[in-house]
Design a protein around this ligand. Structure first.
Ligand SMILES: N[C@@H](CCC(=O)N[C@@H](CS)C(=O)NCC(=O)O)C(=O)O
Length: 202
């Protein structure tokens, strides 16, 4: 059985959704990464103490949402988390998948609890990372094709958009500034395949 160490509404929701789309059953362990007990639990298996941390059926540990998405895409290609190998859309999708985790996600790493990194200058870092994040989202808005991020083809990128638009600057900002991403997010809210994942997380 797959085991997802996650916390409500966090990046672990992306992996839960990917598992649901792949129709892979999993156990979920709620772990508050920002509380001492949760951090202790995560450190047992992940030196970064981040969620998602996933224990695979063979007992090995995997982290990083993008790596997990690629792994699940290989395990269950019929889930169509990404366009298939050889499809020209696949490298395009990989580019923006990595952009989401390598450019957008770190703005939360450094902006969510900025005092951890720069003490009293924390508020400035919070504002700076938020402004940078808005710039990155506007870039993604320019690339999103509609009705899904890749156009007619649904993918794991839509799951990232749906989950991450719930985080600061949040859905109201997206509705104004990034209408294509906002439409993707709200469409996915209504996907019956993911109803139980959303209900457990939001
Ligand atoms: N690159 C990682 C980022 C995971 C991540 O930053 N998760 C957040 C929660 S949404 C977290 O655990 N933050 C606590 C920390 O970074 O100390 C991924 O894509 O899985």
């Amino acid at each position: 059985m797959w085991r997802v160490l996650g916390c409500k509404g966090c990046g672990s929701t992306i992996v839960e959704a990917a598992l649901a789309l792949a129709q892979i059953p999993y156990e979920r362990e709620e772990v508050a990464y920002d509380q001492p007990a949760g951090r202790k639990r995560l450190l047992e298996v992940n030196p970064l103490a981040q969620v998602p941390t996933v224990i695979l059926p063979d007992g090995s540990v995997m982290t990083e949402t993008a790596a997990l998405a690629l792994h699940l895409d290989e395990l269950v290609p019929t889930a169509q988390l990404l366009p298939p190998t050889g499809d020209p859309l696949r490298p395009h999708a990989q580019r923006w998948l990595v952009f989401l985790v390598a450019a957008v996600y770190p703005t939360f790493t450094y902006g969510d609890d900025p005092a951890k990194w720069v003490g009293d200058a924390g508020e400035r870092l919070r504002e700076a990372t938020l402004e940078h994040r808005k710039k990155l989202w506007r870039q993604l808005e320019g690339v999103a094709r509609g009705p899904w991020f890749l156009g007619e083809r649904f993918s794991i990128l839509d799951v990232y958009v749906s989950v991450m638009t719930r985080w600061r600057p949040r859905r109201e900002w997206f509705a104004q500034a990034c209408p294509r991403l906002s439409a993707i997010a709200t469409s996915l809210d209504r996907d019956p395949r993911l109803a139980h994942v959303w209900a457990a997380n939001f």
